[in-house]
Design a protein around this ligand. Structure first.
Ligand code: ATP
Ligand code: MG
Length: 638
């Protein structure tokens, strides 16, 4: 197995793990006490499979735990250091956030929003976005944030699904120097949605907008309104938000999260994984439109009274230095990003990050996809200068928070590039075969979660049946995440890609992540995506798409041979792709994940079908261009 890296920070509280394993229910009950409750629960867990209720009878409020609890000690501490794409900047202290959130809570009430009502939020990465989420949470309204890159069709579907009374948007948002006209998208999306009573508009870009009768300007509403609004005492199981999944494997699902359990999960994992200290400057690059942004931009850092960076724009705008510039400017200590972003940074070469002072960094993290060991090593050396632990955190929209991760705030554990190490305490994860039997070490199978956990989704919005069938029908009383994995001799988990994407060649099963990581370990390769397509003779054959690093001019036949040699020696001849296509970019979801199922349809020479629910106008064009290029490459080879 691969070389390990010993850079843990923790105290090795093995006692905590022991307690967690022997009685996960009381373990989580103890963790929940780190939060402030209006009244305690009478039952820690009510488990009526597949529905789990945590801290039943307890009363709590997310906004109260994010803001009110810090007012005596941290009112002047920056909560958000906001950096606009156009270099505007704002600092919002815990005191500022408290005032703004209370005012907006009163605005929402004055617009008729009540406990349990849904509010759709379609905002760029500006402070008004977390302010709106916290204002909803304060009064018990359910927020549903839609990523501001989505098209009017996607947002319409989500508004109809959630039946939101109110939509909060902005005149526009900056994306790569251009203004995206968000208000126009909303106008288009809701023209037939009579149930939407008001649209509140934040003026971010000051571009001209059309104001209809149900539209109101944020600034006008906030002008003469009281800045005092007590947080509602809500049930622990009160729904906090609906969030639609990334849509990598199909139509997005409306994941519904609760309050007390979810916050407990976030509070604990943020402390354990990031070892958060009062002096830290935390920077998570995720857009709040995705779960990582909900959990580890909005809720977890605020629960801890941490200071964090919120960046509005693209990480490589106006140039490839932007992200490192922000890290240096604000003295970031903890940096949390995605493998796809890291592969992009890596593609630009080492000179760029090397020209910045990144010495403030003490901890690094990744999430969203399996991280290729080669990319992990680059992150460790070039960004972390071999002194920062990397927390590779596996989790999903549905899990609410991290489930597998190294935990430097809790224990020292040797790291292995590409593995998220072990499950967090109080969570029971295994790798099983088709019949649900646990597999011996180093054997590939399906990841399952064998107990309920506090961050667990309540259900899918308005669809208990689908909830039960998607996650709980493959194995009895076991949650099925849909990921392919193995556990090594040291008990470390290796995530090998989506179970649906597993390559089956001549009776062998190969995870997409294994093969892609092998290809990416070639010095000239920046990114790769592999998929299986049907073959008359072999049943299935593998095709691979490869993006090279900047400035590589080597002959493609030579490269192809080198890549094939690598695959043969690292994995075996069985994994040799039938074709390797060199392309300039890969089609991705808006959260940066490779759309393998679409590559598959191209490999099969099928129509791509409707991708409008996944991508906005610009991205569709980008994806389409990539597809056309790929399709041409495929045809040229035939
Ligand atoms: P959909 O469920 O609609 O297809 P999605 O699964 O991409 O979309 P998310 O909830 O954002 O939506 O992503 C969770 C998935 O991302 C996991 O199931 C896993 O496949 C992948 N993933 C997340 N973090 C990691 C990680 N650290 N290592 C490996 N895979 C990861
Ligand atoms: Mg998923």
């Amino acid at each position: 197995m691969s070389k390990t890296y010993d850079v843990g920070l923790g105290n090795n509280d093995s006692d905590l793990r022991k307690k967690a394993n022997s009685d996960f229910v009381s373990f989580w009950g103890k963790q929940a006490k780190n939060l402030t409750w209006f009244s305690s629960w009478s039952q820690t867990l009510d488990w009526d499979p597949p529905f789990a209720k945590w801290f039943v009878g307890g009363k709590i409020n997310a906004s109260y735990n994010a803001l009110d609890v810090h007012q005596n000690t941290k009112a002047n501490k920056p909560a958000i250091l906001w950096e606009g794409e156009n270099e505007d900047s704002r600092i919002l202290t815990y005191g500022d956030m408290f005032t703004q959130v209370q005012k907006l809570s009163n605005v929402l009430k004055s617009l008729g929003v009540q406990n349990g009502d849904r509010v759709t939020i379609y905002l760029p990465m500006i402070p008004e976005l977390p302010i709106t989420m916290l204002a909803c949470a304060r009064i018990g309204a359910i927020h549903t944030v839609v990523f501001s890159g989505f098209s009017s069709t996607s947002i319409k579907d989500r508004i109809i699904d959630s039946k939101s009374k109110i939509v909060i948007t902005a005149d526009g948002g900056y994306r790569r120097g251009k203004i995206v006209k968000l208000k126009e998208v909303i106008d288009d999306a809701i023209q037939d949605c009579d149930f939407v009573q008001h649209v509140v508009v934040v003026e971010r870009t000051k571009n001209a907008i059309l104001m209809n009768s149900r539209d109101k300007l944020w600034n006008n509403l906030m002008k003469n309104i009281s800045d005092s609004c007590d947080a509602e005492k809500l049930d622990s199981t009160h729904p906090l938000y609906i969030l639609y999944t990334s849509g990598t494997t199909g139509k997005p699902k409306g994941v519904l999260h609760g309050t007390g359990g979810y916050l407990t999960h976030l509070y604990s994992t943020f402390k354990w994984a990031f070892d958060i200290k009062d002096s830290d400057v935390f920077f998570c690059t995720a857009d709040i439109g995705w779960v990582t942004g909900h959990s580890y931009v909005v809720y977890a850092p605020l629960l801890h009274g941490a200071t964090q960076i919120m960046y509005e724009g693209a990480p490589d705008f106006p140039n490839a230095s932007r992200i490192w510039n922000i890290l240096e400017k604000y003295g970031v200590t903890i940096f949390y990003t995605t493998p796809t972003a890291l592969r992009m940074f890596m593609k630009f070469g080492d000179d760029i990050p090397n020209s910045f002072d990144l010495s403030s960094l003490r901890l690094l993290g990744t999430v969203g996809e399996p991280i290729n060991p080669e990319v992990w090593k680059w992150y460790f050396k070039t960004i972390g200068k071999e002194k920062c632990p990397i927390v590779d955190t596996w989790w999903q929209t549905e899990t609410g928070g991290m489930m597998i991760s190294p935990l430097p705030g809790l224990e020292t554990i040797p790291l292995k590039p590409g593995s998220g190490t072990r499950a967090i305490p109080g969570v029971n994860i295994a790798v099983v075969d088709d019949d649900g039997h646990e597999l011996s070490s180093n054997t590939k199978g399906y990841l399952v979660i064998r107990n309920p956990w506090p961050g667990m989704l309540l259900t899918l919005w308005n669809d208990d049946e689908k909830y039960a069938s998607v996650y709980w029908s493959k194995y009895k009383n076991c949650y099925y995440p849909g990921d392919y994995a193995l556990k090594d001799d040291d008990g470390y988990f290796w995530l090998l890609g989506r179970a649906d994407d597993v390559l089956k060649v001549a009776g062998h099963r190969i995870g997409t992540a294994e093969l892609e990581s092998c290809i990416v370990s070639h010095d000239d390769v920046a990114e790769s995506a592999v998929c299986g397509i049907p073959d008359d003779v072999k049943g299935e054959v593998i095709i691979a798409f490869v993006v090279l690093k900047h400035g590589i001019t080597k002959d493609s036949d030579i490269l192809e041979n080198e890549i094939v040699d690598k695959i043969r020696s690292n994995i075996g001849a069985i994994a040799t792709p039938k074709q390797i296509y060199f392309v300039s970019k890969l089609p991705k979801t808006r959260s940066g994940k490779i759309m393998r199922r679409l590559l598959k349809s191209i490999g099969n020479n099928e129509q791509i079908g409707d991708i409008s629910t996944l991508e906005d106008g610009t991205a569709v064009t980008e994806v389409q261009t990539a597809f056309n290029e790929i399709q041409k490459a495929v045809k040229d080879k035939l």
